[in-house]
Write a protein that binds this ligand. Structure first.
Ligand SMILES: Cc1cc2nc3c(=O)[nH]c(=O)nc-3n(C[C@H](O)[C@H](O)[C@H](O)COP(=O)(O)OP(=O)(O)OC[C@H]3O[C@@H](n4cnc5c(N)ncnc54)[C@H](O)[C@@H]3O)c2cc1C
Ligand SMILES: Cc1cc2nc3c(=O)[nH]c(=O)nc-3n(C[C@H](O)[C@H](O)[C@H](O)COP(=O)(O)O)c2cc1C
Ligand code: SF4
Length: 643
């Protein structure tokens, strides 16, 4: 067998798992508005169990309504939830997976709208990120919440779950009590290490008492808070054996809290795969129970090596489960080329949930969260479908239409398929974006769908060959502003710079500090080129709250890049870029190249001829409105399914 360590069974307090692959808890927002389990949530989890994973841990489930982190968080705070919760183990056991329920209280990391009252915490110190005022818990309330965890664990057991996981990580209530950063109490639950450990240890003991000695219970911890004033790995190495003594059967080793710079709890592509394994190893060295490692581990090969090395006993693959629910079975069967890889972009999952207040999905997997709808029906009759453009929208549309049995052809005017991903995958840490293109082309090859490159579809060709239906996925072309000097040979478009169509020189001025401008700066700085970025808006369009945004700003600053905001460019003359800032005229002198990253405009000019000929068509992705990969892939898929 290719991955003997990953695919070997393990037993945790009587629960035997068929392999060491774990799907860690991931909040989805799929729960019903009354916090009960929905059909959508059950179908989504069952799909992951079908994919071969040994252990699936539910997302956060609130032990108390005041501990909800988002409004439709699944509840486990009274017995009425038990029948709905029971649907999860029932569905997952059919595929041979075991399942644990994650017991959660958000503490200060929530909003009044979700918690139904002012958030509660060890001390009245508002969350650094959310800023919401919160209330310090009284001793009576502390005792109540300890009881809530214990009773909720009993309900999980009654609902048929195989185990429970206590959420002691990521800056939520248990973590808040452990941390000198958020716990400044001066009673028996605050102050010394011993006192700060007390709340969690009492919860472990309380849970153990309710579920009995033979039911697996473990805890998820952030092994290091990675914030100034927080606890560190040394503290967790002292605490881990205490938790084992109190009754936990395993430790799930995550890292970071809400305010950790660069969000290392859900690390972006800017962080190395397996970056947190050394912490799992450090905890393993002080306990005699299994340790679960997690943190940017997508690749079953890396997981297998980590287990073989003794870094961890089991491996959690988080977002990889969103991108490809079947990747464990595919790895088991050696079908590596069929694995669709998570890029760690965070855009479709955690940042959509946290910043857009929408349910989670995956930018690269349009079916994530739609499993309950079932597969699309076969096409009847099968039609000749043209997909124009082989960017993410076109490739996604073609795969969906071909899967339904249409005769699909893709046309691409450039030499290679990929669209803007050809340039989007060039900046540091973004090569992984091309993996999706490689994967998509492999799937299209398997369905014998031709991709005709260097073939620009025009009106005449459509008139002559008259396809039955068309998907316009022509993307968007870069635009500039009517500024004197923009026609100079020194001015180049960011996409051309990134794809190597332009010879690189130094110094460079980039116009526009959106993602394209910032990533181009990152790319050039990494090559030793001096960069100044001028942005018209007074504030950075790329925020530092997103993980990738944080790392982009950091790398640009560390490499000496200059970012100038509120700068309205007036003209360009022989390398001098003149701009107005705060009513004063200024100049960046002697640029060897000026790079434009000023936005894009949809290419949908073929719509007219299709309307004229009454050929059914759909316009998707950037061709509809310039946006992101998520919209391109999801809209393309929907169009392919809808024809
Ligand atoms: C540097 C850069 C970084 C980016 N980073 C990210 C990111 O991190 N995350 C994110 O979500 N988005 C990112 N984007 C945006 C993202 O790449 C686009 O939103 C996405 O590619 C749009 O997909 P699409 O298929 O609609 O269009 P495109 O990717 O533009 O593809 C359209 C294709 O159609 C072809 N075409 C056009 N007209 C014709 C014709 N008449 N006949 C044949 N072919 C034709 C084009 O050549 C092109 O290949 C980035 C973009 C750039 C430039
Ligand atoms: C959308 C999303 C929601 C998450 N929700 C939870 C959660 O409910 N409980 C939890 O302990 N961790 C949560 N996490 C963190 C993951 O369990 C996991 O630790 C993290 O994604 C890192 O693993 P990965 O790099 O394999 O994705 C969430 C992550 C994502 C992407
Ligand atoms: S949206 Fe991005 S980070 Fe999230 S699962 Fe999909 S590929 Fe991974």
């Amino acid at each position: 067998m290719q991955f003997p360590h990953l695919f070997s069974p393990i037993t945790i307090n009587g629960m035997t798992l068929k392999n060491r692959a774990v799907m860690p808890p991931m909040g989805t927002g799929y729960g019903n508005s009354d916090s009960t389990v929905s059909d959508r949530l059950v179908a989504y989890l069952a799909r992951r169990a079908q994919g071969g994973t040994g252990l699936i841990i539910t997302e956060v489930c609130a032990v108390d309504p005041r501990g909800k982190g988002f409004p439709n968080e699944v509840g486990v705070w009274n017995d009425s939830f038990i029948p709905g919760l029971a649907r999860i183990p029932e569905a997952l056991h059919r595929y041979g997976a075991k399942t644990a329920l994650q017991l959660h209280h958000a503490g200060r990391e929530t909003f009044e709208a979700a918690a139904g009252a002012m958030p509660e915490a060890p001390s009245a110190i508002p969350s650094v990120i959310l800023g919401q005022p919160c209330e310090a818990m009284s001793l009576e309330r502390v005792a109540q919440v300890i009881g809530s965890f214990a009773r909720a664990a009993g309900r999980a057991k009654a609902a048929g779950f195989d185990a429970v996981e206590l959420h002691g990580a990521h800056g939520y209530l248990l973590n808040q009590f452990l941390s000198p950063f958020s716990n400044q109490r001066n009673d028996q639950y605050g102050g010394s290490d011993e006192n700060r450990m007390r709340f969690v240890l009492e919860i472990v003991a309380g849970v153990r008492k309710v579920v009995g000695p033979d039911f697996p219970v473990w805890i998820r911890v952030s092994a290091d808070e990675l914030v100034r004033g927080g606890y560190d790995l040394d503290f967790m190495q002292k605490f881990a054996p205490r938790m084992v003594a109190a009754g936990v059967d395993a430790i799930h080793c995550s890292a970071g809290v809400y305010s950790t710079p660069g969000n290392l709890s859900v690390a972006s592509m800017d962080t190395d795969p397996g970056f947190n394994l050394f912490r799992a190893r450090a905890l393993k060295s002080v306990v005699n129970v299994p340790v679960i490692g997690v943190g940017r581990i997508n690749n079953p090969e890396l997981a297998d090596q980590a287990i073989a090395r003794g870094d961890a006993d089991l491996i959690s693959f988080g977002r990889q489960h969103l991108t490809d629910p079947d990747f464990i079975n595919k790895a088991h069967d050696g079908a590596f080329d069929d694995i669709r890889w998570c890029t760690a972009c965070n855009q479709g999952c955690i940042e959509r949930l946290s910043f857009e207040m929408k349910s989670a999905t995956c930018s690269f997997n349009p079916e994530c969260g739609r499993e309950y709808k079932g597969p699309a029906s076969k096409a009847d009759p099968s039609q000749r479908v043209w997909v124009i453009g082989a960017g993410p929208a076109g490739l996604s549309a073609a795969m969906a239409a071909a899967a339904r049995g249409h005769k699909v052809e893709i046309f691409e005017k450039e030499e290679k398929p990929g669209g803007q991903l050809l340039s989007a995958s060039r900046p540091p840490h973004k090569a992984v974006f091309m993996d999706w293109v490689t994967w998509a082309l492999h799937q299209l090859k398997k369905s014998s769908t031709p991709v005709h490159c260097q073939h620009t579809v025009n009106k005449e060709e459509i008139k002559q060959r008259r396809p039955d239906a068309v998907i316009i996925a022509c993307g968007a072309y870069p635009v500039t502003a009517p500024i004197p000097g923009f026609d100079s040979k020194m001015v180049a478009d960011a996409r051309d710079v990134l794809t190597g169509k332009v010879e690189l020189v130094s110094p460079v001025v980039i116009l526009g500090a959106g993602y394209v401008g910032m990533e181009t700066a990152d790319y050039l700085l990494a090559k030793g080129i001096a960069v100044t970025v001028l942005e018209m808006q007074p504030f950075p369009p790329v925020g530092k709250l997103t993980a990738h945004g944080y790392w982009l700003h950091k790398r640009i600053k560390d490499a000496g890049g200059r970012l100038i905001f509120g700068a309205q460019v007036l003209d360009i003359e022989a390398g001098d870029v003149r701009y107005r800032q705060n009513d004063a005229e200024r100049v960046v002198e002697s640029a060897a190249m000026i790079v434009t990253a000023m936005g894009a405009k949809s290419e949908n000019s073929l719509e007219d001829v299709l309307k004229e000929l009454a050929i059914p068509f759909r316009t998707v992705g950037d061709a509809k409105t310039p946006r992101r990969i998520l919209e391109a892939i999801h809209e393309g898929h929907k169009a392919g399914e809808g024809i």
